[in-house]
Design a binder for this molecule. Structure first.
Ligand SMILES: [Zn+2]
Ligand SMILES: [Zn+2]
Length: 459
């Protein structure tokens, strides 16, 4: 067999989801057997499975026997008593899935193809036990993974409850058939009016506003400028029933963008709603742009239009973290400081002492300068390395996108650390002690006492 490109789907555990709902589109015969399978025990199941495979063959032949009611039900119990369940399982697996073969002597790894609707999909099943599927893993090719992506929960659930591989594979095949059927319906091409209507709408809106159009005409991007001259994009995903159904809109906004839509609406109406939303956010972006232009923003490195928070450098190893309310951008934002106590404490005192000076008529940056009585280091004059230092434990600046946010409070030291690095370090020291979410220990640099408060939120 050729080397397969397999991608892990990771079906191992999952919450329950009603299988009836998803299986409803499948044929009655399968659903009937499925229902029986869930109710009965293993012995019964093995018999039933035999019966099921038998029935499938009979159905294919459309014999008179089948019309009278399958006779094999009576014969099956005797057969299952003669042969061990595993052998029965292997026989029916080979019959149902001739392209799926064991890869080791223990028969815990099966690899090959599952066929559905005339197509073969490569898959691999790795089991922990020889018969049971508990903790088994199913690896699928990327095509199969994409088709089954919406059915992960049910597959996980069936894997947990199937008594053996063959009954799971039968269910997986049914799910796959249903998924393929749904996919075809979803990808049915829209009627010709869809295209002519869309082109007409674009003509009315103005082709200059179109930035991108996908080859299938289902995704497009439009641009618009706010009154400060910033360019913004809106991505529209049109459904086949457009304009009866509203398109999905994706924007880079700090607030939700709900679109009001009627069947008479058009691209023009979305564009004007987009412009109105840009207008309402203009003040917010003015405030953020001033901060990004005139100060050293340490985080995020490349702020998006939806980012409401900034960590701004104040000096060596000192910074302020602000979170601006996009609806009230010139009001006092949420603030917290990062740095050694002897630097940060006076800033906190100034903030509370001068808070009455905050003027919502001015921008956040102007107000911060006024209230904190500081000048922010400007981007033009300084290098980032002038006021940022790597973590004293891992010697890196960024750790999983996080910058050092803990500082030794000793005025002579002031060494910054990542919260995680410091936590691991202090946990390893016998002299450290923990009280609730706070750890007391010694600075790895100057051995002076250091306190670490663990929190999920950025300090
Ligand atoms: Zn570190
Ligand atoms: Zn220190």
């Amino acid at each position: 067999m050729a080397k397969l490109c397999l991608v892990s789907l990771g079906y191992a555990t999952g919450k329950d989801q009603s299988p009836e709902k998803i299986l409803s589109g499948m044929n009655a015969h399968s659903s009937y057997n499925n229902g029986l399978k869930h109710r009965k025990g293993y012995e019964d199941h093995a018999r039933l499975d035999n019966h099921l495979s038998c029935c499938i063959e009979v159905t294919a032949r459309v014999s008179a026997e089948q019309r009278r009611g399958c006779a094999c039900a009576r014969a099956a119990p005797a057969q299952s008593a003669r042969r061990p369940p595993r052998a029965i399982m292997e026989t029916s697996l080979l019959r149902e899935f001739p392209l799926l073969l064991p890869q080791n002597l223990q028969k815990t790894v099966y690899e090959g193809f599952i066929s559905a609707q005339g197509r073969d999909f490569s898959a691999r099943c790795v089991m922990v036990h020889t018969v049971q599927l508990k903790n088994a893993r199913l690896h699928c090719s990327w095509q199969l993974k994409a088709i089954l992506s919406r059915y992960q929960h049910i597959i996980q659930q069936r894997m947990q409850h199937s008594p053996d591989l063959v009954s799971f594979m039968v269910e997986l095949k049914m799910i796959l058939e249903a998924a393929l059927k749904n996919k075809q319906e979803l990808h049915a091409p829209p009627p010709p009016q869809y295209y002519s209507g869309l082109l007409q709408e674009l003509g009315t809106l103005g082709w200059d506003k179109l930035v991108y159009m996908e080859s299938s005409f289902s995704t497009l991007k439009l641009k618009a400028k706010d009154t400060s001259g910033r360019e913004h994009l809106i991505t529209l995903r049109l459904k086949a029933k457009y304009p009866a159904e509203p398109p999905d809109c994706v924007v880079d906004f700090p607030v939700p963008f709900p679109v009001s839509w009627t069947p008479q609406s058009s691209l023009g109406s979305i564009h004007s709603q987009f412009l109105a939303a840009l207008d309402s956010l203009k003040a917010f972006w003015d405030v953020m742009d001033e901060i990004d232009e005139k100060t050293w923003v340490l985080e995020p490195e490349k702020p998006t239009r939806s980012a409401t928070a900034r960590r701004i450098a104040l000096g060596s190893n000192t910074s302020i973290y602000i979170e601006v309310d996009p609806r009230h951008p010139t009001m006092l934002p949420e603030c917290s400081f990062l740095g050694a106590d002897h630097v940060v404490k006076p800033l906190g005192i100034k903030l509370s002492k001068n808070i009455h000076l905050w003027d919502p008529g001015n921008t956040v940056l102007q107000n911060l300068k006024e209230v904190l009585e500081v000048d922010f280091p400007a981007r033009a004059v300084l290098e980032q390395s002038d006021f940022t230092m790597d973590c004293g434990i891992c010697y890196a600046y960024q750790l999983d996108g996080v910058i050092p946010n803990q500082v030794c409070d000793s005025p002579q030291c002031g060494q910054p650390f990542h919260q995680l690095c410091l936590y691991e370090w202090l946990r390893g020291l016998l002299t450290s002690r923990q009280s609730f979410n706070t750890i007391f220990g010694e600075c790895p640099y100057c051995s002076k006492p250091i306190t670490l408060k663990m929190s999920g939120r950025k300090p």
